[in-house]
Each structure stands twice: as structure tokens, then as C-alpha cells.
Design a protein around this ligand. Structure first.
Ligand code: Z16
Length: 841
């Protein structure tokens, strides 16, 4: 018997049917149908999650025509555009539902339909499990870039890993962080569509065989020990009020069926199942940051798995649509987000040479034309390198190719640059100072035609310092692309009140042309506008206060200054410097309970890497200080300190809009960019910041008079260290600092246990690697200036308005335009819905 899709044409479905219509009636009907037919539930027994899923499917159905038309347009052989392939180990997208409603322009009607069905819209929205597929702002930037690519109608695909467990959830017990597995897929994920038919095979281990032909060319065959299947899961990424809906393609590892054969024949059923479990381990879990390399062999496996899946996918697509591998770079621009996917350079070489018979020289040219690399770090300890012995075991053919790339490269360097042994050792892809490693950043630089940093300062330091040798060789490859964030998620979606106020004055064009916010500046002088601006902020602070009350049982005063530091917990980000300020204020009150202090609420949130003891101790310190301050009658409600557990996108969307002051206090030269700083400023918070990362550019945009700058510059930090920095000088030289340190050291915040915080205190006194003591006084003085400024409400509101008005630069749309023009050479393609791909009628 023959099945034919033509049978589908018999149905009586019409265009304005339950699946696509937008009238309230149709939306309500669709909700009810999806609950019944997809969830298999009727209202009386439906859980909140069932209802959320029914709603999600209702929205997804309204996305599919655009999505499939986008896919079809980009896969049509006739079109000549370059597809941007964004390779990243992290994509911190999420939550999808509200995002799509806004992008499709159907928020109001869907909300109304939900409410007229007797359901609580916000409650349903809150059901969405957040895909925590990232550690910090690196994954956040990938997500913003996907949003802008769609909004700007650039053909793009994001390739990543479908981690079964995303970044751990944080609970706090007795002030300590406890990690909980994030089972984000447990309740079903309505946003992904699995494509088993597009699976690819990824090889691991084994050995290589080779021969040299008559012309002296070497041909290699890789005989792997193991094969793993990569299954793609597609998630739609909609653009704002355009037809483009790009795809985020995330890969899951599975054992191939054939693999079980031998074990089955031997009757070893359990052995076969074990193998399956091992294969699937590859995409089980996202590694936290800041963990040491040993034990991370699985991370190397993940990296290879991702890039092999992605490249095979692109090549298959390219060949199927009539391309040949010589013109591969004309069709695809591959962006390497940090070194996580840098193995792609070697894998593409292998695929071209070993599987498609292209010679080295041509393969290398294709490779270099295809890739570009974004660096995101300046900390030498976070530059990835993988032991040569692991490569030998896992990726023997890749190791051969790396050696050959390196041999050719170093020979060229010796020929043209002389024989400076130190320089050659630094440039080498292999670190031979001890155990031998492959340096992933060096590989990424060599195999790409473009290398970029993510802020002006970062790019400058990159070219001077950690990639200086490469800069000397290839200055033309380097450029800066200052990071940006998407205004759709980080203003429109998380701050509807402010969005409405802004749009009332200047229209809605700013949502896709953020520079338009400049038009708001004039309104800073309008008293009525200032008042309303203040009221929006106050409302947001009230609702955050309500949340804090409910979640933590702490009462905070919405009229107090909300001073917020939310980001991963790390010594270089210096949450403990913030604590030193808090304790300083506390100390002032204790010395003179009548002292005049502008009331402040200090809000922290952030996760510490599970193995990073000092960061975990910082979390404990914040809680201990909070415990004492929040309960001291002398303090009253002048100071409150809260730590909001489990920092993630959903709760950060509540925090940025409610902040008055944004804490961006990293040691200068350490924070390559920061993106929270942009989100705060965009939402009208004023920054207290060091001269670091994107802070510098924010200050340049908003103006010195609207920015609170303190501390040493990156140059000064460098000089102090060179001169021999001694924290004891500051400790003995500043009696206030000494008193604060001694107070913490005495166990005052730890039930008189003077040992608890000793590791922190010792590290400050004996080393102070991140120079808290050097910046302490400047920080305190700057905070005092803030307190004064806060008292002049009108002036504060003016500064707040100006901050928002001048933040247009920090849109990810601007960043993506720069990448498109200068690196990817990709241009918009508008998606026509005229000749629909749609369900057949
Ligand atoms: C990450 O989020 C960043 C760097 C890195 O090496 C690894 C991860 Cl997961 C961050 C930077 O720390 C931050 O300054 C920057 O804003 C962000 O990458 C995006 O560029």
C-alpha cells in the first residue's frame, strides 16, 4: 500500500482555521483544542503546566508559517546569500513564550483570549522552564545575537548543544550555595522539533591509517573506536515584526542502533545498554565555568561533537542545494563564539581532505575564508587548552592535522620573522612548557580570517597582550565589535511600563533603531515626564519589594535607593568590595546611630562555580552580613541587604528594571565587557563602575556627569603590580579600611567565629590579587557622592533619563550590523509569505 501526503489535501481546513487565526474566539478555541488533543486533558484535570503547554502550542502554530517559509527561502538553491552560522557552546535564550508574542505583535489578543478563558495569564507564563544553556553573559550574548539576526532578516542558524541539564539551580542553605540539577526538559519542551531524519554520525577514538600516493600526497583514513549519533532539535527564533524566523539547532548525542550489534550477538545486553548510556553522556550537562581542566575530557568530547554535527549538517545542506566545496565560504560564514567550537577548524580540514578529497592547500584556504573568531576572555587561566594525550586517544586524526598546521605555520614564521625561539614557542599551537597541550585560542586565530574582541579596551589588551604575537603577524585580522543586548528582551519585554512611556513620546521606531532613544533627552527637562519616569521605576521597585518579601521574608523600603549587583560570583567581579562598602556604612551607624545615611537596599544575585571555594565563601559572607544588618535595631530600615537565590534570566528580568544603581566594579582589565551593565543603563539605572570593559563605552556615551567612576585604570593596575603591590600598606594606611577588615575578621558577622571568613581576609591581606584595597577608598568616596546625588530627586531622574536616552549604541542590532558588514558580508533577505508554505487545504 502506498501512503501519499496528498491524502492530507482531503481535509477541510481553511486558512483562518483554529491553528492560525488571531480572533479572540479562534485563539480560545485553539487553546481548548490543544489542551484536549495535544495534552490529552480536559479543563477540570489540567495542571498549570498542561495549560501552559496548550498556550505554547497555540503560539507556536502561529509561528510556523513564518518559520517554514524562512527555512525554505534559505535552502533554495537559487539564492546567493551568505548564511551566518553561529557556533557556540552556550545559548542563554529564554523564555520563549512572551518573546514570540511580542515579536509576532499578538501579545494583547493572546492575553485577552487566555483571560477570557478564565485563566491567569502571568501564572501560565511563569510555568515556562528556562533553558539554562549557558553560564553567564557569553551565552546571553549568543541569544541576543540570534534575536538581532532574525530581526535584521539575516539568514542565520545557531548551532549548539541540547544539554539535558542546563546550568545548575542554586539553593541557599544556611547562607551557603547548594547546587541542584536543572531538569528543564522534564515537563516537556513545546519549542523544539526533533529531526531524527537529519541525524549525523560523529566518530571518536581509534587510530589512523595512511598512504602516500605517487604525487607525494598523503591520504589518511580514520578508523574510529566509537560512533555516536547526533540528533538535531530545532527551536524557532523569531524576529521583531518581520517574517524571518531563524533556527537554533541544538544537538543531542545518542548511540547508533548498529552499535549494539556485537554486544547483542554475544548476549551482552547490559553491556550494550552501557554503551548507549556512555554515548548519551556527551550532551548530558553543561559544564560550569571556572572549573579546572582535569576531569573535563567530556568537555572536549562535547566540543568536538558539536562542531562535527554542525559542519556535516552545513556540508550536506550545501551539496544538496547544488553547491560545491570550493564555494563553501561564499555560502557560509561561521562564527566561533570563544574557543569552545574552535576544533571546527580542524574538523573542516579533515572533512574536506579525508572525506571530500580536497588537497591541503585548498582546504586550508577554504577553512580560513569560512571562519571568524570572537575572543571573550583576558584571564590567562581561562584560555582553553587540551592535553595532547587526550587528542591522541579521542581524536587521533585531528592531532595529526594540528601538527601539520603547526609545522607549516612555524616554518613560515621562521622564514619571514627570524628565529626568536621565545616568540615561536608562544605562537605554537602546542604548549610545551610542561605537559603538552593544544592551545585552542592559537588554533582559532590561525584558522580564521577575522579575530575580534568585544569592547574597545578588551580588543586593545588582546592585541597588546594575550594575542599580541598573532597581532604582530596579522594586524589586519583584528577588530573590535563591542557587545550589545537586544532591546526587545531587555527593555520591551522586561519593562513594559517604561516601554509604553517612551513610545508615547517618540513612537515605536526605537525598538529596532535604538539610537532613536536620543529623542528622549529633551524630555529630561519636562517635569511631568520626569515624574512619570520616576513613577514607573517606583512601581517596579514596589513589585520587586513584594517579591523579596514573599521569597525571603525581608521587608525592604521601595523608596530607598536600590543598589544592585547581579552577575556570576567571582573574585575579579569583587562582590566583596561591595560588602566592604556595606560594612563601612554599618560601621558608621554603629559608631554614631544618629548619622545621616541615605536609605539603601543592597541586592545581590549570582551563582558561584561549584568548585570555586572562595566564591562560595563570598556568598556566605553576603548572607552573614545581611543577617546582622537586617536585624540590628540601630540600623532600622536605613540599610537592607538581600541575596536573591537562583539568578537566572526570568528573575534578572525583574531586577534590571528596578535598579537605581548598577554595580560594575571589576578590577580594571579583567571584565572584558559585561552586558548586565548595558541592561541596567538601558533601564535607567546609574552606573558605579571601574574603567573596565563596556563601562568605559557606557560612560563615553552617557557622559562623565551621568556616570560614577572610581578606581584604578587597567594601566594603573598593571603598574602597581609591577611596582610590587602590597595590600598591607593600605591596611595600615587607612584606619577605616582596617576597622572594617578587622570587624569581619573578628567573627562579628559569624556568631563570633573568627575562622569562618579567614580564607577571604587572608587572601586580601596577603595577596589581594584583584586589588580591592587599592580601590577601597575611591569606591567609598564615590558611593558617598551617589548618596548625595540621590537626595536631589530631580537631578537623579534627569540623569536616569539621559542614561536610557544615550544607550542606543548597546543594541545587539548595532553589533550584528557591524559583524554583517565587516566580517560576515551577509545581507538581509526578506521572507515572502505570498506563496506560502502552509498546511495544504
Ligand atoms: C563568559 O560568560 C565570558 C567570558 C568567558 O571566557 C566565558 C564565559 Cl561563559 C563573558 C565575560 O566574562 C564578560 O565580560 C562578557 O561580557 C561576556 O563573556 C560576553 O562577551
Amino acid at each position: 500500500t502506498e501512503t501519499s501526503s496528498e491524502n492530507l489535501n482531503d481535509s477541510q481546513v481553511t486558512g483562518e482555521d483554529d491553528r492560525t487565526g488571531l480572533s479572540i474566539e479562534t485563539l480560545r478555541r485553539a487553546l481548548a483544542d490543544n489542551l484536549f488533543y495535544i495534552q490529552g486533558k480536559y479543563p477540570e484535570i489540567a495542571t498549570l503546566n498542561d495549560l501552559y503547554l496548550a498556550l505554547a502550542y497555540t503560539v507556536r502554530d502561529r509561528l510556523l508559517t513564518k518559520w517554514l517559509n524562512t527555512v525554505r527561502t534559505f535552502t533554495q538553491p537559487s539564492d546567493n546569500t551568505r548564511v551566518v552560522c553561529y557556533l557556540s557552546g552556550e545559548f542563554l535564550v529564554s523564555p520563549h513564550l512572551v518573546n514570540h508574542l511580542i515579536n509576532l505583535g499578538i501579545y494583547d489578543q493572546v492575553r485577552q483570549a487566555v483571560e477570557e478563558s478564565g485563566l491567569d495569564f502571568s501564572q501560565l507564563v511563569a510555568q515556562e522552564s528556562e533553558p539554562g544553556l549557558g553560564n553567564g553573559s557569553n551565552g546571553g550574548v549568543s541569544a541576543c545575537y540570534m534575536d538581532s539576526l532574525s530581526t535584521l532578516e539575516i539568514p542565520a542558524i545557531g548551532y549548539g548543544i541540547r544539554y539535558e541539564f542546563g546550568v545548575f539551580k542554586q539553593e541557599i542553605q544556611d547562607g551557603w550555595q547548594v547546587e541542584i540539577t536543572d531538569k528543564w526538559l522534564q515537563k516537556g519542551n513545546p519549542w523544539e522539533i526533533v529531526r531524527p531524519e537529519a541525524a549525523v554520525e560523529v566518530k571518536f577514538g581509534g587510530y589512523t591509517e595512511g598512504y602516500t600516493d605517487e604525487e607525494g600526497n598523503y591520504h589518511a583514513t580514520w578508523v574510529p573506536h566509537q560512533v555516536v549519533k547526533g540528533i538535531p532539535y530545532d527551536t524557532p527564533i523569531s524576529g521583531y515584526k518581520v517574517n524571518t524566523v531563524n533556527t537554533l539547532r541544538l544537538w543531542k548525542a545518542e548511540a547508533p542502533e548498529s552499535f549494539n550489534f556485537q554486544a547483542f550477538n554475544l548476549g551482552d545486553y547490559y553491556g550494550a545498554v552501557d554503551q548507549k548510556v556512555l554515548s548519551e553522556n556527551i550532551t548530558k550537562v553543561l559544564y560550569p565555568n571556572d572549573e579546572p581542566i582535569p576531569g573535563k575530557q567530556l568537555r572536549l568530547e562535547q566540543q568536538f561533537f558539536l562542531v562535527s554535527c554542525a559542519l556535516q549538517d552545513m556540508i550536506r545542506w550545501h551539496l544538496k542545494s547544488g553547491g560545491n566545496l570550493e564555494n563553501f565560504p561564499e555560502k557560509f560564514a561561521i562564527q566561533l563564539n570563544d574557543t569552545y567550537p574552535a576544533i571546527a577548524i580542524v574538523e573542516l580540514m579533515r572533512l574536506l581532505m579525508d572525506e571530500h578529497d580536497i588537497e591541503w592547500h585548498d582546504a586550508w584556504e577554504i577553512t580560513q575564508k569560512t571562519f571568524s573568531y570572537t575572543n571573550h576572555t583576558l584571564l590567562p587561566e581561562t584560555l582553553e587548552k587540551w592535553p595532547v594525550s587526550w587528542w591522541g586517544r579521542l581524536l587521533p586524526r585531528h592531532l595529526e592535522i594540528i601538527y601539520e598546521i603547526n609545522r607549516r605555520f612555524l616554518e613560515e614564521v621562521r622564514n619571514s620573522n627570524g628565529r626568536d625561539g621565545h616568540k615561536i614557542a608562544r605562537l605554537s599551537l602546542i604548549d610545551e612548557t610542561g605537559e603538552r597541550y593544544v592551545r585552542m585560542a592559537n588554533l582559532a586565530c590561525l584558522g580564521s580570517h577575522s579575530i575580534n574582541g568585544v569592547t574597545e579596551l578588551h580588543t586593545e589588551l588582546l592585541t597588546k597582550d594575550i594575542l599580541g604575537d598573532f597581532y604582530e603577524l596579522f594586524p589586519h585580522k583584528f577588530s573590535n565589535k563591542t557587545n550589545g543586548v537586544t532591546p526587545r528582551r531587555w527593555l520591551v519585554q522586561n519593562n513594559p511600563g517604561l516601554t509604553k512611556l517612551i513610545s508615547e513620546k517618540i513612537g515605536e521606531h526605537w525598538i529596532t533603531h535604538l539610537d532613536d532613544l536620543r529623542q528622549l533627552e529633551g524630555f529630561a527637562h519636562d517635569g511631568d515626564f520626569r515624574y512619570r519616569w520616576g513613577q514607573v521605576k517606583l512601581d517596579l521597585k514596589r513589585s520587586l519589594a513584594g517579591h523579596i518579601q514573599q521569597r525571603l521574608g525581608v521587608t525592604v523600603n521601595p523608596e530607598s535607593l536600590f543598589d544592585v549587583q547581579v552577575k556570576p560570583i567571582h573574585e575579579y567581579k569583587r562582590q566583596h568590595l561591595n560588602i566592604l562598602h556595606i560594612v563601612t556604612l554599618y560601621h558608621r551607624i554603629k559608631q554614631d546611630p544618629t548619622v545621616n545615611i541615605a536609605p539603601r537596599t543592597f541586592i545581590f544575585a549570582g551563582k558561584a562555580a561549584p568548585g570555586y571555594f572562595m566564591a562560595k565563601l563570598m556568598i556566605k559572607l553576603i548572607h552573614s552580613v545581611a543577617e546582622v544588618i537586617n536585624h540590628d535595631p540601630d540600623v532600622g530600615d536605613r540599610l537592607k541587604v538581600v541575596f536573591l537565590p537562583d539568578y537566572n534570566i526570568a528573575n534578572s528580568q525583574m531586577l534590571y528594571p528596578a535598579a537605581d544603581v548598577s554595580e560594575q566594579i571589576s578590577t580594571a582589565g579583567k571584565e572584558v565587557s559585561g552586558t548586565g551593565n548595558m541592561k541596567f543603563s538601558l533601564n535607567g539605572a546609574l552606573t558605579i563602575g571601574t574603567w573596565d570593559g563596556a563601562n568605559i563605552e557606557i560612560c563615553q556615551e552617557v557622559g562623565e556627569e551621568n556616570f560614577f567612576r572610581f578606581g584604578l585604570s587597567a594601566d594603573e593596575v598593571y603598574q602597581r603590580k609591577a611596582e610590587g603591590y602590597n595590600p598591607w600598606d593600605y591596611y595600615y594606611g587607612n584606619s577605616q579600611l582596617k576597622e572594617i577588615i578587622d570587624l569581619i575578621g573578628s567573627g562579628h558577622f559569624a556568631d563570633e567565629d573568627s575562622t569562618l571568613f579567614q580564607p577571604l581576609i587572608d587572601s586580601l591581606l596577603h595577596q589581594d590579587q584583584y586589588m580591592l584595597f587599592a580601590d577601597y577608598q575611591s569606591y567609598i568616596d564615590c558611593q558617598d557622592t551617589i548618596s548625595q546625588a540621590w537626595c536631589d530627586r530631580d537631578r537623579w531622574l534627569k540623569m536616569s533619563i539621559v542614561n536610557t536616552a544615550r544607550c542606543g549604541k548597546f543594541s545587539s542590532d548595532r553589533a550584528i550590523r557591524e559583524y554583517c558588514d565587516q566580517i560576515w558580508h551577509s545581507s538581509p533577505v526578506s521572507i515572502q509569505l505570498a506563496d506560502y508554505v502552509q498546511p495544504q487545504t
